[in-house]
Each structure stands twice: as C-alpha cells, then as structure tokens.
Design a protein around this ligand. Structure first.
Ligand code: SF4
Ligand code: ZN
Length: 320
C-alpha cells in the first residue's frame, strides 16, 4: 500500500468506463482505488467484519474505547457513519501533555459526530495518574494501565447500559500479538484471542471491528476523511517487545504478501477452537464481585480498590 509511484487508475471507476487516478494501491488485494472507492471499500470491510463475527446489531448501544489515536478515533467515526449507535469513552491517564492532547482529539471528534464522549480522569477516580501509580505498584506502566482501563470500561458500560465495548485493534496488532504469544506459548492469552469475546462474569461483550484492516489502511482512511487524531505515542509505554514482533510480521509480509491476514485468520478458523475448548483450564477461572466496588475480580478486593486503599482514597461505598 501507499507506494503509488506508478500511475494507476481506480479499478472500480475503470470497470464503469471512467478514467480516474487511484490514490492508493493495496498490493495484498491487488487493488488500486480512488478516494471515493477506497472509502467505500474500507467501510464495507468494517461492516462485513461486524456481520461475519456477529459483533453487534444496529439496535445495540456500543461503547467505543477511544484513546485519541488513529485506530480508535477511526472506529468511533466509522461505526457512526455506518449507522451504529456508538459512543466514545476516554480515560485521562494523567500522563502530562500526551493525555491532554489525546483528550482534545477525542473531544474534537465528538463535536464532529455530534456526540459528547464519556471522560474519566484517573487522578480524580483513583487518586493518581499512571506515572505515580507505576512508582507505587512497581510493575510496568502498561500492565497497571491495562487493568485500570478494563475496570473503568466495564464500570461505565454497566452503569450506562452498554452491552458491547469496541476497541480499535487492527490486523497488525492482532497478527503481531498472536506471533508473540505463540512464540512464548502464552496459552492463557491464546484461549481468549478472538475478535468477539462474549458477555460473561459481569463483563460486557468485547469486539474488535477493525481486525481486517491494517494500520496503514486505517491511517489513510483517517487522513482522507479528516478524522482528528494524535500521532504522539505514549511516553510511558513499554512497547519495545510489541514493536519487535510488528517488525518481524512486516518483514514476513514484505517477503510474502498477504501473510499477516492468512496467519491471523487461519488461526481464528482452525487453531483458536482447540485452545478455546480448554479455556477453563487455561484461564484464571471464575471471577467474583469485588466486595468494595462490585466489579468483577479474581480476588476478594479488586486491583483498583486495592490501589485506592493504598492511596488512602477509597471513596466507594462498601457493599457489605
Ligand atoms: Fe497505557 Fe501503556 Fe498504552 Fe501508555 S502505552 S496508554 S501506559 S497501555
Ligand atoms: Zn473493586
């Protein structure tokens, strides 16, 4: 994709007898398209993914986890454009300018869509942002951040009646994390690696409608359609490992076009069912209600309530 050095004509226009220059050539699909037909192609691909995996119906309310980056912003935009009832939810992580700029982009897109996003600030909710929490807990910023995000998405989804939470994971994310988890035989993760995770244990259904689209295609769509997003990467991220596997996948893709797609979708079709059949053994088992906040937790008191207690900021009312 992208490298459109040779002048190519849009293949859809050409089939209708119109000569219009293509703005993109996707070599994995051997497809050259103009702006209008790329936009249509992209939206159709999202729509087909939603239907193929039975992610949600038009009648359901969807909560989109938006970070201000291109993937989640595009997801929020495209779901609304396709006629779904999708609302944005942003967590201000307290990571300085990065969080402020991300929040501005979310608000900007909200204005464009005529939808007010839900916004929660960790400093107000928990008592500290990610930098301080990392010092307090001592594990990686991303593992703390991931747990806090999950907790708040579930909480907001439950409180406001959303049965579905959608995230902007794309084909590059999914194929590279699949590779990393296979290399490390992370069976707990492999047993749950699917674009739809059903509603269970108090968690809403989790869906990933962009899994058939690459990072490049998403960025291109966002730019063509004037979707606001931040290009900044999180300064707290311990993402070296993830980038390493993304580079490997890109190297394989350059060597053999279409590998990312084949690798991931063959897994979903043929291998995932085998791991999923062993889900009970491979995952952490049943969750229970946190006795302080009522959210699902593997232990009596959930991670977030423990954090609040450490910070002396537990404002939740005890349930029992
Ligand atoms: Fe959170 Fe890590 Fe993502 Fe930063 S990179 S937003 S710390 S998960
Ligand atoms: Zn709790």
């Amino acid at each position: 994709m992208g490298g459109n050095r040779r002048r190519r004509l849009c293949q859809v226009c050409k089939s209708k007898g119109i000569r219009r220059e293509a703005v993109v050539y996707m070599k994995e699909h051997r497809l050259a398209l103009c702006k209008e037909h790329f936009t249509q192609w992209f939206e159709k691909r999202v729509s087909e993914t939603v239907k193929e995996f039975q992610m949600f119906k038009k009648s359901e309310k969807i909560l989109v986890a938006v970070s201000g980056g291109k993937d989640s912003q595009t997801l929020w935009y495209v779901l609304n454009k396709l006629g779904y009832n999708a609302d944005g939810f942003f967590i201000h992580l307290g990571i300085g300018d990065y969080s402020d700029e991300s929040m501005e982009k979310v608000k900007e897109l909200g204005k464009k869509l005529g939808k007010e996003p839900f916004i929660v600030g960790l400093e107000e909710e928990v008592g500290a942002g990610i930098p301080l929490l990392q010092k307090l807990v001592g594990s990686t910023a991303c593992s703390i951040c991931g747990r806090l995000k999950r907790h708040h998405f579930n909480k907001v989804a439950r409180r406001f009646g959303y049965k579905v939470v959608a995230t902007g994971h794309n084909l590059d994310d999914e194929s590279s994390s699949l590779l990393a988890n296979l290399v490390n035989w992370n069976t707990k993760y492999l047993a749950k690696k699917y674009p739809v995770l059903p509603e269970e244990n108090g968690f809403p259904r989790k869906v990933k409608p962009l899994v058939k689209l690459t990072e490049e295609q998403i960025k291109f769509y966002a730019d063509l359609n004037g979707i606001p997003y931040t290009s900044r990467t999180c300064p707290m991220g311990d993402t070296a490992n993830l980038h390493f596997y993304k580079e490997i996948m890109n190297t394989i893709e350059n060597h053999s076009v279409g590998t990312k797609y084949r690798f991931y979708f063959f897994y979903l079709k043929k291998v995932f069912p085998l791991f999923n059949a062993l889900k009970e053994e491979l995952t952490e088992g049943t969750l229970r209600e946190c006795k302080v906040c009522g959210e699902p937790s593997p232990s009596e008191v959930c991670f977030v309530c423990k954090l609040k207690m450490k910070l002396g900021n537990n404002s939740e009312n005890a349930k029992s």
